[in-house]
Design a protein around this ligand. Sequence first.
Ligand code: AMP
Ligand code: MG
Length: 357
Amino acid sequence: MNTQIVKIEKVEEHISDIRNAASIIKNGGLVVIPTETVYGLGGDGTNPQSSKKIYEAKGRPSDNPLIIHIAHSADAEKYAHTCELYYDLAKAFMPGPLTVILPKKDIIPKETTGGLDTVAVRCPSHPVAHAVIECAGVPISAPSANISGRPSATSAEYVVEDFYGRVDMIIDGGACEIGLESTIVMIKNDGEKKSLVLLRPGAITYDALCCVCEYVEISPTLEGTLKEDEHPLSPGMKYKHYAPSSPLVLLDGEDDAVLNFLISEQKSKNCAIICYDEETKYLEDKLLLPIGAKNDLRSHGKMIFARLRQCDRLSPEIIYAHLPDKSGLGLALYNRMIRAAAHTVLKIEKDDFMKGV
Ligand code: AMP
Ligand code: MG
């Protein structure tokens, strides 16, 4: 397949490209679009054939549901049964990195929702995504634009790596602002009381959700893998998440103890280190992958998937990274990293290290 690659910085200077992308989608084709979270592999969410093509191109199991992207939060009405809490969330967080799961209407085929009666709805804030959806006049179903099992793509370079020749068009909109997939919530209706279940953490944090809804439950499956007999609320959770080809070990300990451990490991191993900017001056410059200042969680979110992809290119013996703290945006980072590391956490005790561990 011939893949067109188009670079768009300003929407108003590329109206014909936007129209072209929208018409490919309306005609059942696939276009990769930039969003503020990660790149999305877009097709017409109302067309079962388009959804089948998305699963095929991604190599994704067809019971792992897709998120539909809409131009305006009120458009959810056309595709799903909304409620007051949906509009409270929309007022607070849309357009933006929040996905809400709602009972679906018939216009959304089960091929899009992985056979479910619910549909995941998101209204992205990225101007290019917004323009393509608006121009197409259909909801765009768009899972993350990565081959299943690889880290989400946060720049066009990685999209091209995975999808050149597999889609009709790739829109290069530069690096994604957030770099982590959207927060996903499900609205639960227990009679009078409406509550939310947080299924996937993202840039809209647990605390931010609590400001809008009194009852926010964190899905028990969020931190890890499912047990045999557990039924996932979010189907995506049952699939193996990305793991780099070299083992990734998360280090849990005080900053100076972790740094001393890393200095010593660099002497004996060919290790890649995903570190904070402040640490680079103490470490050797080989296979060093900084992700921003220690307290700059936004930078960590923006860079982490690209760093994991780089690790696959470098093929180190082992990869080390800090275990993210679970507060604020940290919960989203923790969730991605703990899965990528297959739960491998090494506790670094100051005393142990002094003893030469
Ligand atoms: P991605 O498109 O790769 O960001 O992932 C989409 C994820 O959203 C899926 O893997 C599911 O975990 C979740 N999801 C989408 N639709 C639903 C739904 N109807 N019910 C529950 N979870 C959903
Ligand atoms: Mg994904």
